[in-house]
Design a binder for this molecule. Structure first.
Ligand SMILES: Nc1nc2c(ncn2[C@@H]2O[C@H](COP(=O)(O)OP(=O)(O)OP(=O)(O)O)[C@@H](O)[C@H]2O)c(=O)[nH]1
Ligand SMILES: [Mg+2]
Length: 612
């Protein structure tokens, strides 16, 4: 909304001849905000023909030249005290010709007739112009206004039945005008619509047609500030575009922090899903999806989303898939997430200041490492390996698709991301897989930034492991990002890798868990094992600071039963145990003995997970 108004008065040249003592131009006057009906400070600038330049600095002038258009104008017939009859009839054609003219008023400076009205109309013309809303020739609202109000209707129709019932109307009223409608007022509104329109009211609620009719009526009766209040509340500016402020509230994300949706945001997204899953099959058909995104200016999800998240057997995005895609957008591009939530009317429906309230910024990863604890729910794993080694197979396997299903995916609809949940210690976490496309040994920052790396080689291709070792040495050997080596296509005959030592020996040498076998050539969905392991490592990174130094990010307590765990340990467990002690010595820390089973559990879990 305008903070400050300037009005320019363009005076008739004869004025000074009639009242020769009046100066050519009066001093600028400011009407303070609290005495104006719209509560906006208003500067009144007198104009003499010599000062044309001034016009450009103001928001309105009272009499105008058609060439200086796009500013709202008020046509004022002064000296009404001198005539018997109104000149309004003669003025109407001029009003029709110049749509910038918001209002015509006849006034008299001599007997002060309509003078305060004139300034009221002037303020109104600037603050609530009819120009963008209404076409007087056609006597109907302009398409952009209809589009905006239709979006507002859809957002307010919370059960998506095409009707604003009393509860929805009240919520709408409270949101826009801060007061609910009295039951009688509600009935009156509906009766007005009923009287004028056949299908404006249905099931005792307002249809879209009725809603649009009401706004047309407001505008036609000079109450367009009502429509503007609604439009502005839903984020629109004077050109009926959503404002930058509404779309992109300030959200500062420091490096090494990630962005997630909080519980309230998930509940909101769930309600949006439920509202559009009309057949209640827990998946969105293409029609349902299109309907959901009708409040967007464009379709945000392309067919690649169906290959990024889980779908049902008909290929529709499931509830799980829908939630995962939102999680992905929030994690990878939080600005976009804010934009999407703005289209959905998040701040309005949840009665929050802005969509920023939907976002949790996680603490710096370095603090997580220090404290050996994380509150994060979303982790990213980069999948790296030479061409054709089976990376996409791993991504699609995470969505429960085997090789046969994967082969049906059209090349142009492939996705370099896949996101799903995995359970670690009984907690559901999101794992975001990112297939890194590179055939050289050098990765860009997006290839190396993640929580865990999956280095993939193809057991049937003798050249494929060498690539993994190069990538490892180039990028990860000295980094804090944990790595897991994965041997894909394990259903095929395994050949010897062209490398000086075997993959298992390589892992041992570099203190990594042994290579993990994977195949997506299965009858059913591929095994979930690999994904649980990747999530676990991401959550509890076996930090190999100086490679060989290990810690578990969790509250580590030793318990009496540890000796049993050690007794049943594999080589990995010994290595793990050994490194933990080395780490303890190096950092002169002592591990506490308590009855808590956490460490035992971590040991046992890691032991069973990575033993081979
Ligand atoms: N037998 C068998 N074949 C597989 C498996 N995974 C992938 N393939 C086949 O291997 C080829 C490459 O698989 P992708 O998963 O596309 O490999 P990629 O690494 O993503 O390939 P690029 O993206 O081109 O680098 C395809 O022809 C797949 O059908 C598997 O587990 N077993
Ligand atoms: Mg691929």
């Amino acid at each position: 909304l305008q903070q400050d108004l300037s009005l320019i008065l363009l005076f008739d040249m004869n004025y000074n001849l009639v009242f020769p003592k009046v100066p050519m131009r009066a001093e600028e006057i400011t009407i303070p905000a609290d005495v104006t009906p719209e509560k906006v400070p208003t500067h009144i600038v007198d104009y003499s023909v010599l000062d044309l330049l001034l016009i450009h600095k103001s928001h309105l002038f009272v009499i105008t030249l058609p060439s200086v258009a796009r500013m709202p104008l008020i046509l004022v017939g002064n000296k009404s005290d001198l005539v018997e009859h109104s000149s309004m009839e003669a003025i109407l054609p001029i009003m029709n010709q110049y749509t910038e003219i918001e209002t015509c008023v006849e006034c008299s400076a001599k007997n002060l007739k309509n003078i305060s009205e004139l300034f009221y109309y002037a303020q109104k013309a600037v603050l609530h112009p009819t120009g963008p809303l209404y076409c007087p020739e056609e006597k109907e609202m302009k398409p952009a206004c209809i589009k905006a109000l239709t979006r507002i209707f859809k957002i307010s129709d919370q059960d998506n039945d095409g009707i604003l019932n009393d509860a929805e109307l009240n919520f709408f009223q409270r949101t826009c005008f801060n007061t609910p409608l009295a039951p009688q007022a509600l009935e009156d509104v509906k009766n007005v619509v009923r009287k004028n329109l056949n299908d404006g009211v249905a099931d005792n609620g307002l249809t879209l047609k009725g809603f649009l009719f009401l706004h047309t009526l407001f505008i036609q009766r000079g109450r367009h500030e009502t429509t503007w209040t609604v439009l502005r509340r839903f984020g629109y500016d004077d050109d009926l575009e959503l404002t930058h402020e509404y779309m992109f509230p300030l959200l500062k994300v420091a490096p090494d922090c990630t962005t997630e949706l909080n519980h309230h945001a998930y509940l909101f997204l769930q309600s949006i899903f439920d509202k559009h899953d009309l057949d209640r099959d827990c998946a969105l058909s293409s029609d349902e999806l299109r309907d959901l995104f009708k409040v967007f200016p464009y379709m945000p999800w392309g067919p690649d989303v169906n290959n990024t998240v889980c779908t049902n057997d008909k290929g529709m995005i499931t509830y799980q898939g829908y939630i995962c895609q939102w999680t992905l957008t929030t994690y990878l591009d939080v600005e976009r997430c804010l934009e999407y939530l703005a289209y959905l009317g998040y701040s309005i429906l949840t009665e929050q200041e802005s969509q920023a309230a939907a976002i949790t910024i996680t603490r710096d990863k370095k603090i997580d490492l220090q404290k050996r604890q994380t509150q994060r729910n979303v982790f990213q794993c980069n999948i790296i390996g030479m061409k054709n080694c089976g990376k996409t197979g791993i991504l699609q396997g995470f969505l429960g698709r085997n090789l046969t299903k994967m082969r049906h995916i059209k090349e142009e609809y492939r996705s370099l991301y896949a996101i799903n949940t995995a359970y670690v210690y009984g907690q559901e976490k999101y794992l975001l897989l990112h297939e890194v496309l590179s055939d050289s040994e050098f990765l860009s920052a997006s290839g190396t930034t993640c929580d865990v790396v999956c280095l993939v080689y193809d057991v049937s291709n003798p050249k494929s492991f060498d690539y993994c070792t190069k990538i490892f040495k180039q990028h990860f050997m000295d980094s804090k990002t944990p790595c897991l080596i994965v041997a894909t296509k394990s259903d095929l005959h395994e050949v010897k890798q062209d490398y000086s030592i075997t993959p298992a020996e390589f892992c041992n040498k570099h203190k990594m868990p042994p290579p993990q076998s994977f195949t997506c050539n299965s009858v059913d969905a591929p095994s979930k094992d690999l994904y649980v392991k990747l999530t676990t490592i991401a959550m509890y990174p076996i930090i190999i600071g100086e490679r060989g130094l290990i810690s578990v990010i969790s509250t580590v307590h030793l318990i009496n039963s540890i000796p049993q765990a050690v007794a049943t340990s594999s080589r990995l467990l010994f290595w793990y145990w050994d490194s933990l002690f080395k780490w303890e010595q190096q950092h002169s820390l002592s591990l506490t003995l308590s009855g808590d089973g956490n460490l035992y559990l971590s040991f046992a879990l890691l032991h069973t997970m990575f033993s081979y």
